[in-house]
Design a protein around this ligand. Sequence first.
Ligand code: COA
Length: 183
Amino acid sequence: MNHCGTKTLTTDRLILRRYVKEDAEAIYKNRASDKEVTKFLMWKPHPNEEFTRQFTDDCIKQYSNKNYYHWGIILKENGNEPVGDIAVVNMNEKISMAHIGYCIGKAWWHQGITSEALKAVIDFLFDEADFNRIESRHDPRNPNSGKVMKKCGMKYEGTLRSSDWNNQGICDACYYGLLKSDR
Ligand SMILES: CC(C)(COP(=O)(O)OP(=O)(O)OC[C@H]1O[C@@H](n2cnc3c(N)ncnc32)[C@H](O)[C@@H]1OP(=O)(O)O)[C@@H](O)C(=O)NCCC(=O)NCCS
């Protein structure tokens, strides 16, 4: 492992960068307040902008940790406001494993943005942070999330029954994984 913290990543259409205080309004408006976005997530829609401001401040504080990886997704053509979010939400350092979570505002669904962001994060976590395994999971009722993983080369590893929960209650979890040696 070679923890290097949340570095800015750039792709053709996107900038993945650290949050700054001024992002709170856009985070709230673009994704965090939308119950369709959070339908299969483990957190409730943010009730107000003040809540999002607190969330943003908490993220910013954690950027001083070298093992904290959390990006706002900026679509270049849309200015500098985050339209989505991608992060290492769980980590097992003994096996150099990162578990990734992501979401994007509804207005930007099905434009390949999350796949483009996940590819960049995968490359960064393998090549710079030296992880060996990257995994993610989704509720089978949310298949488009699995399609993002598949599009990024992750391999389907199985479904664990009633092993997880989200805003819909207890659910199955479809796991995808990628090893450094798979690439
Ligand atoms: C799931 C989610 C992250 C997908 O993000 P996205 O940016 O729309 O995904 P992409 O555009 O990269 O799509 C990848 C593939 O999924 C499929 N797909 C995505 N959205 C789709 C839609 N609305 N209708 C049909 N297919 C869709 C397509 O096969 C697509 O591949 P293609 O671009 O070659 O057609 C997004 O819908 C989201 O944020 N949902 C709410 C939060 C969430 O569920 N997060 C994941 C929790 S596990």
